[in-house]
Design a binder for this molecule. Structure first.
Ligand code: FCB
Length: 445
């Protein structure tokens, strides 16, 4: 059995974060409001009324955070750029102090020997664009491409590879279908234009990045889908869920087509939002890498009510994280080999752009070490089975604002005291640091 030390030469070790979850400083230096500022301010949206207004105060404390990253011996750092810092209303003139923050961050990372891996959109849409329809409005895709070009012109001389979007699936479903995340819309299947317009935005931004000689990735949330039984009804439900969660966001970018969504009563034009030529555009710039965010498999049974063609069911007999997410490390191997089998030659090299587990303020840290080590062994197994995986970025560097859960779910290698902003490395921080060093030593033996 291969293990994590068998990961190949050149494999890149990293950590991931996102702007709204760590930066704070939401009104500083001309930043405009984002959908998350507005959503979190609304009573009843985020647990205990928490908001990202201060978060980890990373906007001011980034040198300390980069020192922590340096202590881990990281190759790369995945972070996101807040669109409303760069363009406060999502369009038009650039806000120079906002862009300057990322300029300083990038220089400080490079000085620490860490390659920046930016994500251009991790859910914090400028509120002005939301007021004009957000991702339901096709125009948002064109605004995104302009924003991407502005940022790439400023930082592209120092950053080789770029991620356009983070988890367009979660953003569409939680933000536009169910209303659990910003912008809090509850449109169910009428949220589909938010999927298409994000993918169109990806395609337009990918072209802008490529024109500037930069590499392009997307970070998708992917899950192995397990039918609850081998009955035809459960198999059909699992197939329908796989199309929605996985293939809706990956087939267009890799294969230039949408999966069959007939189970949702939707045709190939997703209810009319797909225009001629859009799919060609979405797939036109081949990805240099696919970012995979993996947390757990999803078990699916036949629908119990007529609204949707599937029902979620629990995965029994496995541990669950503090969030209640099932812990199934081998699901990562299954996911990766499944991607290779499904996409074949169309699959670019993979980077794990998120993987990790949450604990609470009072839990121990050992479950995180167990989670990470088992997932990395499963990753090594996938590599041994022939999947091309180039790096692993754990979620997350430090405890942060976990969206609708506020500060209650702690995903960090570093503990953050949100009263004092004191950072304290956990046992998993030392474990990850030692693993990275051991892997390097193993390769050079
Ligand atoms: C992912 C998000 C990330 C973080 C983790 C726990 O869906 O991309 O921001 O919240 O979940």
């Amino acid at each position: 059995m291969p293990n994590r030390l068998d990961l190949p030469a050149g494999f890149r070790w990293g950590v991931s974060t996102a702007a709204y979850q760590i930066e704070g400083a939401v009104t500083e230096d001309g930043r405009g409001p984002s959908v998350w500022d507005v959503f979190a301010a609304r009573p009843g949206t985020v647990r205990d009324g928490h908001t990202g207004a201060v978060a980890c105060d990373h906007y001011h404390r980034y040198p300390e955070d980069i020192a922590l990253m340096k202590g881990l011996g990281l190759d790369g750092y995945r972070f996101s750029i807040a669109w409303p810092r760069v363009q406060p209303t999502g369009a038009g003139p650039v806000n120079p102090p906002g862009l300057a923050f990322y300029d300083r961050l990038v220089d400080a990372l490079l000085e620490a020997g860490i390659t920046p891996l930016p994500t251009l959109f991790h859910w914090d849409l400028p509120q002005a664009l939301e007021d004009a329809g957000g991702w339901l409005n096709r125009d948002t895709a064109y605004r995104f491409a302009e924003y991407a070009a502005v940022v790439a012109d400023r930082l592209g001389d120092r950053i080789p590879a770029w991620i356009t979007l983070n988890e367009p699936f979660v953003h569409m479903v939680y933000g536009y279908a169910l209303g659990i995340h910003a912008p809090g819309r509850t449109l169910m299947m009428d949220a589909l234009p938010a999927a298409h317009h994000q993918l169109l935005a990806h395609g337009l931004a990918a072209a802008a990045l490529r024109e500037r000689g930069l590499e392009v990735m997307i970070a998708n949330n992917l899950t192995p889908v397990w039918p609850a039984s081998s009955s035809d009804a459960d198999l059909a439900a699992a197939e329908a869920y796989d199309a929605l969660h996985n293939r809706l966001f990956t087939d267009p970018v890799l294969l230039g087509r949408y999966p069959d969504l007939a189970a949702y009563g939707v045709g190939p034009d997703l209810g009319g939002c797909v225009h001629d030529g859009d799919l060609k555009l979405i797939a036109a710039t081949p990805l240099d890498g696919l970012g995979v965010n993996y947390y757990n498999p999803t078990r699916i049974a036949a629908p119990t009510d007529p609204g949707l063609p599937f029902t979620f069911v629990d995965i029994p007999d496995v541990p669950h994280t503090a969030f209640g997410w099932p812990v199934v490390p081998d699901g990562l191997r299954e996911l990766l080999t499944g991607l290779r089998d499904h996409y074949g030659a169309a699959l670019p090299p993979i980077t794990i752009t998120e993987n990790g587990c949450s604990t609470t303020e009072t839990s121990e840290d050992q479950p995180r070490i167990d989670y990470l080590s088992a997932h990395l062994d499963a990753l090594a197994e996938a590599v041994a089975q022939g999947v091309d995986v180039r790096g692993y970025f754990t979620w997350s560097l430090m405890d942060n604002f976990e969206w609708a859960e506020g500060y209650h779910q702690r995903f960090g290698l570093v503990h953050v005291d949100f009263e004092t902003q004191k950072r304290t490395p956990k046992a998993s921080y030392a474990w990850y640091r030692d693993l990275i060093a051991a892997h390097r030593a193993y390769l050079s033996r």
